[in-house]
Design a binder for this molecule. Structure first.
Ligand code: C2E
Ligand code: CA
Ligand code: CA
Length: 763
């Protein structure tokens, strides 16, 4: 609404003197006229006063908000009409003599008065009709009909003698017409004030009292009409007073707006009153032995006006209902749409019983669309919608959010009951669906949230349900209840993944997100305890979280597509270190771990070549470790890539051997030099005979295939001894050394060199 538009400031004359001065003048003139009998004085003064009221109103128009200007502008015209009526009357009084003068005077005031009422009515319409300037012709038909109905009532009252009216000329009729019009406008003002939310607006009450009083004055004066038929002095004075009261009302500061009052109740009530009154007149008149056709005609017009208004209101309501429904329903399924559901959810959430919300996302629906086309997809959505609807009871509202997403809001916050409903809906979705003769099976991921989970201010409920739905989706479908701790963890992971991406895309020296560091763990030959290799294991020195182990971020890197970039960083560092060791005369290959996505990455081979070249490392100085599971992920491809790697002279180790299920056929085809026995076997070796048997079998197999066996996770001398006894080639583990930062690894190597030299000297 444009209510906040500030009207332009203008210099405004104070309304007090503008109204009180003329009022005093008219009072004085009335006294003079009464005493001297000089007709027309009061009317002339009244015309001046009404003009003055018009000035006040015109000034007020500038001060009012846009939606009120219509009212006061029309009120200004209204008082000007009265001024004109009074002026004509004064003119006639002063110039014309005889019976014609009386008629003319009566007609002048009546025309002026009726036009004034019509103007005020127009203003009232712009005020009433939703505080806009929209005015419909039917409003006028209603008003005219009502006035004619009221007139019928008055004419009937005169005819049956309830109202005594004995006067020559047009005087009596003038009174009746003015009274009828004023009465209808007063009634309308009353309805607008009471039903239209204007009860605390003093201006509405002032106008109402003014109009009502004027109508009463017109009727009360009927028995005392002057013999010459001219309007009595009190009538002239009253009309003048009415213009001043109207101007006074216009000068009152409006109270603050309180919402809208777009109510069809106002117009409907007006129409009903008009119909009822007119019908009553019709009935009463027909009971009279000699009814006048005038009364019947007027009353019939009143009924017709009222009916027109009612019809229009009804059709408006129907149209409104239709657009409301359209804005609130999903066109494909006919159930509520997201907006409608959120409104209901808000309502339920605000109630004592709270609300629960289910968000349902179909799984594999895209396949249906892709494979059978969109019409079939639409049919499936409709079927699912029907099924969901069938499983819900009265306290639930089903909505389609669009696409293949649905929502259900329940009128309670009981999570257990909501979960039961969710499972029932899940079952409903999973039942086979016939799509153009073929059976399709869908699944769904359903998230459950409830206002019982805590502060559910703006949109939180939907976010919870969405989060739970995504968790369900990640878990492969089914029902998930929102879990705040898991949500916090997820958000934390997302933050960490973002930081990792930033770290990997930042230039090398940029330490804002910390740095990736390699720790090196030695591998020893079982026969002579020589250090024969180092495994490079990555860590993230995070600026806030400290040194993060690979378990904290490797999976994240894999999920967010950062794994290859990470591996390139690792390769660069590892090959540089290996090259230095090579340059220092150490035969110390460095092993780097390759993940599944890296093995499948088209950039892997160029990247390996690039790292070797950049570091100046001979290929034998690098070993890549690939887990058994990775190799079995796409065995054909693995064989092809690992051949390429091996052809370059880079070493290949099969990592975590025994933890997955490798196919021996493929194992035979892989150009690996080394099997790394998984830590789980090493750990149980000395305590479990079955493990011992498996390890010894594995050793035999490895040696048969021409592979070295390296045992990971050797923590104690006893295990190392047992492995040596069984013929194991190499060992790696805390017994020899934990993964160490490069400086520590260097120190560790030098210390071993010293010890070796000392032993040699001693021997
Ligand atoms: P992995 O390749 O099996 O590496 C060996 C893990 O076992 C390392 O854990 C190491 O610290 C730990 N370990 C070594 N000796 C012992 C021992 O005697 N006892 C016990 N209990 N543990 C021992 P870490 O460094 O936490 O690395 C975990 C995993 O992260 C690695 O398992 C590897 O799969 C992965 N990873 C590490 N760095 C990289 C990398 O640069 N790229 C890729 N793709 N994965 C990496
Ligand atoms: Ca490894
Ligand atoms: Ca391993």
């Amino acid at each position: 609404m444009p209510s906040s538009i500030t009207p332009p400031r203008r210099r405004v004359l104070p309304p007090g003197p503008l109204l009180l001065g003329p009022a005093a003048l008219v009072a004085a003139l009335a006294v003079v006229e009464h005493l001297t009998g000089v007709a027309g004085l009061t009317a002339a003064g009244g015309a001046l006063a009404a003009l003055s009221a018009g000035v006040v109103l015109r000034q007020q128009v500038q001060l009012r908000s846009l939606e009120e200007r219509g009212l006061w502008r029309w009120c200004g015209r209204s008082v000007t009409a009265v001024a004109a009526g009074l002026a004509v009357e004064a003119l006639v009084d002063l110039t014309v003599r005889g019976p014609a003068a009386a008629d003319l005077r009566g007609i002048a005031l009546t025309v002026g008065g009726v036009v004034a009422v019509m103007c005020a009515h127009q203003g009232m319409l712009t005020w009433n009709r939703f505080r806009t300037s929209a005015v419909h012709p039917v409003d006028w038909i209603n008003f005219v009909g009502s006035t004619l109905g009221a007139l019928a009532l008055l004419v009937w009252a005169v005819a049956v003698g309830v109202l005594p009216a004995d006067a020559p000329g047009w005087a009596a009729e003038g009174h009746l017409v003015r009274a009828a019009a004023l009465g209808v406008l007063a009634a309308m003002t009353l309805v607008v004030t009471v039903l239209g939310g204007l009860r605390d607006d003093p201006r509405a009450w002032l106008l109402l009292v003014g109009l009502g009083a004027m109508a009463v004055v017109e009727l009360v004066l009927l028995p005392w009409l002057p013999a010459d038929g001219a309007p009595a002095l009190p009538v002239v004075v009253s009309w003048t007073a009415l213009t001043l009261v109207t101007a006074r009302a216009g000068a009152i500061k409006p109270p603050p707006l309180r919402g809208h009052f777009a109510s069809t109740l106002v117009v409907t009530t007006c129409a009903m009153v008009a119909i009822a009154a007119s019908t009553a007149v019709l009935v009463l008149d027909s009971l009279r032995p000699a009814g006048t056709p005038v009364v019947a005609l007027l009353a019939a017009a009143g009924v017709a006006g009222g009916c027109a208004q009612l019809l229009r209101t009804a059709s408006e309501l129907a149209a409104l209902a239709a657009t409301r429904k359209e804005a609130r329903t999903d066109p494909l399924t006919g159930v509520a749409n997201r907006r409608a559901m959120l409104e209901v959810a808000d309502r339920f959430a605000a109630a004592r019983t709270g609300a629960a919300l289910l968000v349902i996302d179909l799984d594999r629906f895209k396949d249906v669309n892709d494979r059978y086309g969109h019409p079939a997809g639409d049919a499936v959505i409709r079927t699912v919608s029907r099924r969901l609807q069938a499983r819900l009871d009265g306290g639930a509202l089903l909505a389609r959010f669009g696409g293949d997403e649905f929502g259900v809001v329940l009128d309670h916050d009981d999570v257990e009951r909501a979960t039961v409903v969710a499972h029932a809906l899940h079952e409903a979705v999973r039942e086979p669906i016939d799509v153009t003769g073929r059976v399709v099976r869908l699944d769904a991921s359903i998230g459950v949230a409830s206002t019982a989970f805590g502060d559910h201010h703006d949109g939180e409920l939907v976010r919870w349900a969405d989060t739970a739905m995504y968790a369900a989706k990640r878990a492969g479908g089914g029902v998930r209840v929102y879990d705040e701790a898991a949500d916090a963890r997820d958000r934390d992971e997302i933050a960490l993944a973002d930081e990792l991406r930033a770290l990997l895309s930042a230039p090398d020296g940029d330490a804002r997100h910390g740095a990736l560091e390699l720790h090196y763990q030695p591998q020893l030959d079982c026969a002579d305890d020589r250090v024969v290799g180092m495994e490079a294991l990555v860590r993230w020195a995070h600026p806030e979280r400290g040194l993060l182990p690979p378990g904290a971020f490797i999976d994240l890197a894999e999920q967010t597509g950062s794994m290859f970039a990470l591996t390139e960083r690792v390769l660069a560092q590892a090959t540089r270190t290996a090259a230095r060791w090579q340059a220092e005369g150490r035969d110390l290959p460095v092993a780097v771990n390759l993940s599944t996505s890296c093995l499948g990455h088209p950039g892997l081979l160029p990247s390996l070549d690039g790292a070797l070249a950049a570091a100046g490392l001979r290929p034998e100085g690098l070993v890549v470790e690939i887990t058994e599971t990775t190799l079995m992920h796409d065995p054909r491809h693995a064989v092809a890539v690992t051949r390429e790697i091996a052809d370059r002279g880079i070493g290949l180790a099969i990592d975590d051997y025994g933890s997955g299920y490798s196919s021996l056929t493929y194992l035979n085809e892989l150009p690996a030099g080394e099997l790394k026995l998984d830590r789980s076997f090493t750990m149980r070796l000395t305590s479990d005979d079955r493990t011992r048997a498996i390890v010894s079998g594995t050793l035999e197999l490895a040696h048969h295939l021409g592979l070295r066996l390296i045992a990971e996770g050797v923590e104690d001398a006893e295990t190392a001894e047992a492995l040596r006894g069984m013929g194991c080639d190499r060992t790696q583990g805390y017994l020899h050394g934990r993964p160490m930062p490069l400086a520590d690894a260097d120190a560790w190597l030098r210390a071993r060199d010293e010890a070796g030299r000392a032993a040699a000297v001693g021997a």
